[in-house]
Design a protein around this ligand. Sequence first.
Ligand SMILES: Nc1ncnc2c1ncn2[C@@H]1O[C@H](COP(=O)(O)OP(=O)(O)OP(=O)(O)O)[C@@H](O)[C@H]1O
Length: 432
Amino acid sequence: MLADYSRERSFTIGGTTINPSTWRRWHLRIGGCCRWFCGSPVWPGGPETVELRRRYAEIEATYEGIITLEANGRGIDDYFTKSHVLGEGGFGTVWQATPTKRAVKALPALRMGQGYALKRVRLPLRDAEIEMISKSLLGVSTGRMLQFLKVIASPEATEEHVTRNLLRILEIPHTMHIAMELLEGPTLRDWLVQLENKPLPETLASELAKQMLKAVHFLHRSAGALHRDVKPQNFGFARPVVQDQPPTLQLFDMGMVHVLPEPVVEASARELYALGMGGTMHWIPPETWAGRSGACSDLWGVGLVVHVLLLRQLPFGLQHCEGRVAVWDAIRTGAVASSNANVSKEAMYILGQLLEKEPLLRATSSEALQCEWLNRSRASSDLRTPTPGARKTVAKAVQQRKVQLPVETERWEERSFWQSLMLQTSQWSKPD
Ligand SMILES: Nc1ncnc2c1ncn2[C@@H]1O[C@H](COP(=O)(O)OP(=O)(O)OP(=O)(O)O)[C@@H](O)[C@H]1O
């Protein structure tokens, strides 16, 4: 019982009803006593949890994008007024909220009266509860962690189609709130559902593809991080999509992000890291099935989303696959068609490049952004189809990669999304 610090409902101990705010006060007092006796609050947690809190405290001293509430005795309501729930995911609840005067004073980048998305995530109490992004932050220096937080909070992030993460408010010991730019339009998934089976003009698909590529390019090259969960649910429109106005997409949900020691450059764009499995089953690239991921793995995700935009189905018959064995078999044995009667050859070409199963031969983000389909005025594509020689060179490296089908985790259950999207492909009805 004492290990659960994130209670949201009242409960009873020995006939006495304890409401959530009393419970929270108790924990602040226990932490306060520990501070009094030991000089610092001693919250439960393994070494990684303790280190993560220490890192945030250290950064807070020099960076206005972090606020720790345990220190000043206030609550999140002193900083944001929540209006309604925007969405719920496996890792937290997201509200629409407006900042209070206190929040704007603490972080002038916030605007009074403007709406923000406020995501509540659990602050880990045990090492096992640490989110992937925080685990990766623990693997880099504090300076690098600060650099990453600053880049994803910067106005450039918006320009490059990544949702700004402006402020982290830590309610010690149990909760962290992340104030993000508000996406006023639907997620790409919901928009696809609303579109029903109407064809998407190729110019629009190409514009959206460009924005998605810019987003992953910025995350890799400026923020120095891998997203690891690129899928239609994690792109959202900045504003409601209306006819005759070019829509603007943004990449959000940093929960699976892996922060690298250094930003990606062209020379490291195909490097793979042993990060294990992660992501959402149907959207996982071949190398990640073998436990490795790199910048090129996010490019596979963009390739899949573009395939859905253009052809209204996933490649390799993935939409018909149930379970990890079937999905892996489809990825292993399937091939992307080289032509399609309804899609231009330039579009099919870039699809083939992004959905190249061998990551060493897959297009990098800078190569893909230069392709003819996204820059119709260009004379020819800068991409070249890999020669048989190049394929032979990488064949050895590929042979060494062993694919072990991992056990299905709860997160993988998100494949129900794809089932719902497939439902749309045949019926195009909005999922519950
Ligand atoms: N910046 C934002 N603006 C508007 N709505 C948002 C924003 N961020 C998240 N949401 C809404 O909240 C939902 C859940 O957010 P998010 O995907 O970040 O949570 P999660 O717990 O990481 O989810 P998942 O289990 O898919 O990883 C989204 O699907 C979206 O509807």
